[in-house]
Design a protein around this ligand. Structure first.
Ligand code: 5AD
Ligand code: SF4
Length: 445
């Protein structure tokens, strides 16, 4: 009998990519994917623990599902890595696997099914003798593809921002070899993918040559801009994006490729987190507010069409009201197209969790509201600015109303049109007629 597996994924784009690779390896080792949790013999949860809210959501979901008669429950990714042995105290979990170990999941599942083991813990993150990237060598070719696909080119982070769990859950920086990345993208383009999104926790630190980089080791001679130039020569590619960039690794060459490569969207996600120098310093962000703003100005001078999005954290330990308003001022100066903002969330074993001067929840809440109101004004202005223009849109979902379709332009603005034809997966030109806070409306050209 073939066992059915179901995957639920939480968190970032890299988790979406990892979950699709888990599906690839499960499907090529005799398991059958189901999209219905109620039909599954194997429940796989691929998880995020960047903020407390994400973890709570996960455990309540596992709690709700475990009441079914399920053979195997496997939890993978950042929560698995973060919780260690303790995870087995919860919810009848059988397998807990880190994000560098998912290529071995079919083996673990078989061991549980065959009653050889009931609890399997497989975490592998060691900054000295890490095997980052080993999984990529074991994965089968991509089994499915869509019009838009993520491709991991870099994983892990050496930056150790004091609030962040990623360096502990994903490990140190690793760049996939150029040949591997190109071969995966060629395969996707040959099967009809039109948009590629290169992903990495710190994507612009990509150096593609040293397969096993440890902290302190010198970088190879590859770089994200060189990789983009290579990818842009491949047949069939219509749109190329990358995320997430660290401001300190935003090189002039990377800025230049934006003005040279038509398929590369003129839109970059460059998280700043705070606009105050003291807070940036205790966050260990490695740049000042002015250095950040000047970098974006330099980018604009090199590529005048470029626009930016960012992440912000409010209520970092000891942040004063004045320091918070520095963040508002920075955002008002940059005028981001879109932004993501969060209340600081205490994460176990990170330096910021041990800092004195934790900010009360109600103050964080209030600061978040003020920041989001300010960010939204810029977002609306960006939306209004494209009224009367024609935008090339890649449609990715149906809208709430009948015959409505929603897609994204090059700046990731949501564009809504009406059409009797199914537009999903297609590029179409749209004339923009009106704008709202979170989207614009237009008609097909
Ligand atoms: N609390 C709140 N937000 C966080 N982020 C990362 N760690 C935390 C935390 N402990 C945010 C940062 C990052 C984004 C992915 O998540 O803004 O850029
Ligand atoms: Fe986390 Fe900072 Fe690394 Fe981003 S750069 S993943 S916020 S440690």
């Amino acid at each position: 009998m073939a066992y059915k597996f179901y995957i639920e994924v939480y968190g970032c784009q890299m988790n979406v990519y990892d979950a699709s690779r888990i599906a690839d390896i499960m499907s090529t080792t005799g398991f059958i994917r189901t999209m219905e949790a109620s039909e599954a013999d194997i429940l796989i949860f691929y998880t995020c623990n960047i903020r407390e809210k994400a973890v709570n959501k996960l455990f309540s979901r596992i709690g709700a599902l475990k009441k079914q008669k399920t053979t195997v429950v496997a939890v993978g990714g950042c929560v698995a890595q973060g919780e260690g042995e303790a995870i087995f105290k919860r919810n009848n979990i059988n397998i807990s696997f880190g994000s560098q170990m998912y290529h071995e999941l079919p083996q673990y599942v078989n061991s549980v099914i065959e009653n050889k083991a009931d609890k399997i813990l497989s975490l592998n993150l060691n900054h000295d003798t890490n095997e980052q990237g080993a999984k990529f060598e074991c994965l089968p070719k991509r089994q499915t593809s869509s019009y838009s696909e993520f491709v991991t080119i870099q994983e892990g982070c050496n930056n150790f921002c004091t609030y962040c769990v990623v360096p502990y859950t994903r490990g140190c920086e690793y760049s996939r070899p150029v040949a591997d990345v190109l071969s995966e993208i060629k395969g996707l383009l040959a099967s009809g993918t039109k948009e590629i999104i290169l992903i990495g926790q710190n994507v612009n630190s990509y150096d593609g040559e040293a397969p096993y980089i440890n902290i302190g080791q010198t970088r190879g001679t590859w770089s994200l801009d060189r990789l983009i130039l290579e990818i842009s020569n491949l047949n069939g590619l219509k749109r190329l994006r990358y995320t997430t960039s660290h401001p300190k690794d935003l090189s002039i060459n990377l800025m230049k490729v934006h003005s040279q490569i038509p398929v590369l969207t003129p839109f970059v996600h460059v998280p700043v987190q705070s606009g105050n120098d003291r807070i940036l310093r205790i966050m260990n962000r490695k740049h000042t507010a002015l250095e950040y703003v000047e970098k974006l100005q330099q980018f604009k001078a090199i590529c005048p069409t470029i626009q930016f999005s960012s992440d912000f954290i409010v209520g970092f330990p000891t942040e004063t009201e004045d320091e918070f308003y520095d963040t508002i001022r920075l955002a008002q100066r940059v005028k981001y197209t879109t932004s993501y903002s969060f209340k600081y969330s205490r994460r176990k074993d990170t330096p910021a969790d041990k800092m004195e001067g934790q900010i009360p929840e109600d103050i964080k809440e209030n600061r978040l509201k003020i920041l989001q109101t300010s960010l939204l004004k810029d977002q609306i202005n960006h939306n209004k600015a494209i009224i009367g223009t024609t935008q090339e849109v890649l449609f990715d979902k149906a809208g709430k109303k009948k015959s409505q379709y929603i897609g994204k332009n090059i700046y990731l603005q949501s564009v809504i049109v009406e059409s009797d034809d199914n537009l999903i997966g297609n590029f179409r030109n749209v004339f923009i007629e009106s704008a709202r806070e979170n989207c614009v409306f237009g008609k097909l050209m």
